[in-house]
Design a protein around this ligand. Structure first.
Ligand code: GDP
Ligand code: MG
Length: 146
């Protein structure tokens, strides 16, 4: 699951971010602009609870509506994380989302799930079944044939 976080929305970079995943050939199964509640933010980032940046992180993704997307494709988790770039934009390779648009770790534009288990857990926080369109799958398989 991908999030275009608050800074991406405020800076008008949602289309730019979404386009990068589309251009790689991934299939969009779910996509919405939404307000994230404090509860959703804390559950989403539960692994960081207790760290000094946690309160600021929760504030960051609840500050404005964000865009949540579920995308699928061959090795999509690894591929999407590569497209997003390193957590700290200063270390992110130019050509990645964070490397092209980010300056600081506290405003790094996008989130990407780091494992299938995380993706499953996170999708359930942000989407219900009616908001997902798995039939797009067919195209995903077709477009990524080996
Ligand atoms: P990611 O998987 O690459 O997004 O990175 P992490 O899971 O390690 O951290 C989650 C998010 O917390 C990051 O994307 C940043 O928005 C934020 N974050 C991580 N480390 C720091 C930090 O040291 N300072 C601040 N301000 N934010 C951080
Ligand atoms: Mg992470």
């Amino acid at each position: 699951m991908i999030l275009a976080k608050a800074d991406a929305v405020v800076r008008g970079l949602v289309g730019e971010i979404l386009a990068r995943f589309e251009r790689r050939g991934y299939t969009i199964l779910g996509l919405k602009l939404m307000h994230v509640t404090q509860d959703q933010a804390k559950r989403h980032y539960a692994e960081h609870d207790g760290k000094p940046f946690f309160p600021g992180l929760v504030d960051y993704i609840t500050a404005t509506p964000i865009v949540a997307m579920v995308i699928e494709g061959e090795d999509a988790i690894e591929g999407c994380r590569a497209t997003i770039g390193a957590t700290n934009p200063i270390k992110a390779t130019p050509g990645t989302i964070r490397g092209d648009y980010g300056q600081t770790i506290g405003r790094n534009l996008a989130h990407g799930s780091d494992s299938p288990e995380s993706a499953q857990r996170e999708v359930a926080i942000f989407f219900n079944d009616q908001e997902l369109f798995p039939r797009a799958h067919v195209l995903g398989d077709w477009i990524s044939a080996k």
